[in-house]
Design a protein around this ligand. Structure first.
Ligand code: MF3
Ligand code: CO
Ligand code: CO
Length: 290
């Protein structure tokens, strides 16, 4: 159900803006897939900020709050930290965070709809600071949530970690999708295909593609210094999606619920590093940690 969308929120002039911020147009340039140590440190900083904003926004989730109020909070936290909220005017997206409720797979637009007891909501936060983006998301429970949805959220987070743990230098990125799909399959959950993980750095989305399902054609070889997101969207039914008329909101074709988690990952000499952590591998957002 769609509500009213509030006007654009301004960003103070002193905050450094990404190239698309004024026009809304995404102009891509060629950016090295393997980042320098200096860029990686900046990405870690942006990543930690994104993670901190996501954690705080998640604490605000409760029945009765509107997704527009969550957007206002994320917007303020981001600019208070001296960062630009990457979603704002990215390809014309009007808000500072994506809020995806229940059957919404991703890119839900914050509006006047109040969260209801029993909803699940994904918050996808990206902060642009130091010339790079830090992109992370998590799904939160709103009040008292049914068991099927709680299991979905738990398994979606596990799927993300299975994908992350498959990151190893000199292996193809298809290992990631294979690991995610194998974990979802015994639960008979769907793995969304239309939206994928992506290379990231000075640009929000670069050319590296991370499929969350197995495809032998995903033969890009992981190399130390590469940075990309892993952000599987897992459903209680079909993997197929359809779009709302707003051209942003993606929902499950069967209307069943879906959950997502996202981290920004660095390929290291012997595995991976999570740039959007969080201490350790246990997420504070996991329902069993709350
Ligand atoms: N953060 C999303 C991702 O994980 C992208 C959002 S694009 C927006 O790739 F325009 F919708 F904000
Ligand atoms: Co992303
Ligand atoms: Co994201």
């Amino acid at each position: 159900m769609q509500g009213e969308i509030s006007p654009y929120r301004p960003v103070p002039a002193h905050i450094v803006r990404p190239s698309y911020a004024d026009s809304g147009k995404i102009v891509r340039w060629s950016e090295p897939r393997v980042k320098t140590p200096e860029i990686i440190e900046r990405m870690r900083h942006a990543g930690h900020l994104g993670a901190e904003i996501l954690r705080l926004a998640g604490e605000m989730v409760r029945p009765g709050i509107t997704t527009d109020e969550i957007d206002a909070y994320v917007h303020q936290l981001t600019i208070d930290a001296g960062a630009y909220p990457s979603p704002l005017n990215y390809g014309g997206y009007r808000k500072s965070v994506c809020t995806s409720v229940n059957e919404v797979i991703c890119h839900g637009i914050p509006d006047s709809r109040a969260l209801l007891d029993g909803d699940i909501i994904n918050l996808d936060v990206t902060a642009y600071i130091g010339g790079v983006h830090g992109d992370t998301n998590a799904t939160f429970l709103v009040g008292d949530v049914d068991e099927a949805s709680r299991d979905l959220v738990k398994v979606a987070e596990e799927c993300m970690w299975k994908g992350i743990e498959a990151v190893r230098p000199d292996r193809p990125v298809s290992d990631i999708g294979k690991a995610i799909e194998s974990h979802a399959k015994p639960h008979r959950y769907g793995v969304v295909r239309a939206f994928i993980g992506h290379g990231i750095g000075e640009q929000f989305h670069t050319d590296i593609q991370i499929l969350h399902y197995y495809d032998s054609r995903a033969n890009t070889i992981m190399r130390p210094g590469m940075t990309f997101t892993i952000e599987p969207m897992i459903t209680l039914g079909t993997w197929q999606h359809r779009m709302w008329d707003d051209d942003w909101t993606a929902v499950t074709a069967d209307g069943k619920r879906t959950a997502q988690f996202e981290h920004m990952i660095l390929v290291t000499d012997d595995g991976f590093d999570v740039l959007t952590g969080g201490e350790g591998a246990v997420s504070p957002t996991a329902p069993w940690n709350r």
